[in-house]
Design a protein around this ligand. Structure first.
Ligand SMILES: Cc1ncc(COP(=O)(O)O)c(C=O)c1O
Length: 428
């Protein structure tokens, strides 16, 4: 990590002034290209009069597909919209997809008659059972929202408490004849066990949809995450390592899914103005694409710096009883989109919420991701089957605390935050 009091990554500037809000250490601040670079891009785009559907979007898609090693990267207006369009696209692709990466390595879409049978095609008939999508409850609320928007039923399963990600065992135990898809995520940028999950998906001929919102900057065995699922969907919102302002990327090797997502982001219009299905305006504006393209050049540097900050936090906190860390799988490198710790109230002597209050009193902003977990949220609780206990999820929801991370956090800030944590009981 850079030295004490060192500046931010030099080519970048740190935006906003949270001190005006009484926050001394903000939770996150976006890492953006310098203002003069953005101004130049904005002037060029305005001058060209192509504010959308232009060359920057195309260039961003090409650059990201190359980086991730996938056939298609489709730029959309947000990760949430991307996920919504993916479930719709998978339904539309059912039975028509011929994409294969290697012989015997089905993308899962070919067998998606089941999704049509239970899914969006039946939205008008409420008596039909809904197709089930297996999804961890310990994830961000946009993921089950995309499922429910497509008239599918989220089946909430537990996660592995070490990695915070859903495991193949959890998924396998929840598969029923009504299962139409498996949803996973790289929580906090920590790559999930994609090989094992893909194994289950292939065995049951199901598509694997990965919420890779936190994925830019993460890798598995030296390869950026994004090509392991049938489809993976990234976010480019301001809390991420790669920022467009708002935006998302749908990454897939499946030609059909990419085709339908492209149509779906364009109202379902293939240019004939005879909508093929009800789509949305899910396009990414040119300026957002240009900002992300510029950011892509610095992504590895940004990721390395995050990793160093995370290492410094671990070093400072490792001897504190009751503080736990998110563990990565062998070969995995987290993007550390979030640096999340767990607080064992008995061993630490204070609850997560108590510690959060102490940090807030010192002007340190934190987040309690994901509390409440999805299965207890108003929009989704009626889908939850109470006979399926989720002890790992409940434990993580009660104990997880994400600490400030980003370009504004250096060695001095880490020490400051960790000192407050170490002395929390005395100052509470
Ligand atoms: C895990 C996860 N999934 C999905 C989303 C939604 O992303 P977006 O805001 O780009 O729609 C987020 C947003 O932060 C997220 O953290």
């Amino acid at each position: 990590m850079q030295g004490e009091g060192s500046p931010l990554i030099p080519e970048y500037h740190d935006s906003g002034d949270p001190s005006l809000l009484g926050i001394r250490v903000p939770f996150v601040r976006p890492v953006l290209p310098k203002a003069d670079v953005i101004a130049r891009l904005a002037a060029e785009i305005i001058g060209s009069a192509r504010l959308t559907k232009g060359p920057y979007c195309d260039r961003l898609e090409t650059a990201i597909a190359e980086r991730l090693g996938v056939r298609h990267a489709v730029a959309v207006s947000s990760c949430t919209v991307g996920l919504m369009l993916v479930y719709r696209a998978l339904d539309l692709s059912a039975g028509s997809c011929r994409s294969r990466r290697t012989p015997g390595d089905s993308c899962g879409v070919a067998s998606l008659d089941s999704l049509s049978r239970f899914g969006v095609a039946k939205t008008s008939n409420r008596s039909e059972p809904l197709g089930e999508v297996i999804i961890p409850s310990f994830t961000f609320l946009a993921a089950p929202a995309a499922i429910v928007w497509n008239n599918l039923r989220p089946v909430f399963v537990d996660v592995d408490v070490q990695t915070t990600n859903v495991s193949a065992q959890h998924v396998r135990a929840a598969i029923t004849p009504r299962t139409v898809a498996i949803a996973a995520s790289h929580n906090f940028g920590n790559p999930c066990d994609i090989a094992a999950l893909r194994g289950v998906a292939t065995e049951y001929n199901l598509p694997l949809i990965v919420d890779a919102a936190h994925g830019f900057g993460a890798s598995m065995h030296g390869r950026p995450v994004g090509g392991g699922g049938t489809v993976e969907v990234f976010s480019l919102s301001p809390t991420k390592l790669l920022v467009a302002g708002e935006g998302g990327i749908v990454s897939t090797n499946c030609d059909c899914v990419a085709h339908f997502v492209r149509l779906g982001r364009e109202y379902g219009n293939d240019g004939s103005y005879d909508a093929l299905f009800p789509g949305v305006n899910g396009r990414m504006p040119e300026l957002s694409a240009a900002v992300a393209l510029e950011g892509l050049r610095q992504l590895d540097e940004v990721a390395l710096r995050r990793d160093q900050i995370a290492g410094a936090y671990r070093q400072e906190l490792r001897d504190l009883p009751g503080i736990g860390f998110v563990e990565t799988l062998p070969g995995a490198v987290s993007s550390h989109k979030d640096f999340s710790i767990t607080v064992d109230p008995t061993r630490f002597g204070m609850t997560r919420d108590g510690l959060r209050r102490v940090l807030a009193a010192h002007g340190v902003e934190t987040r309690a991701y994901y509390d409440p977990p999805c299965h207890r949220q108003t929009a989704f609780e009626h889908f939850y089957d109470r006979s399926r206990p989720l002890p790992g999820t409940e434990m993580l929801a009660a104990r997880s605390l994400a600490l400030p991370i980003g370009a504004h956090v250096d060695a001095a800030v880490v020490r400051d935050v960790c000192d407050i944590i170490a002395n929390a009981k005395q100052t509470a």
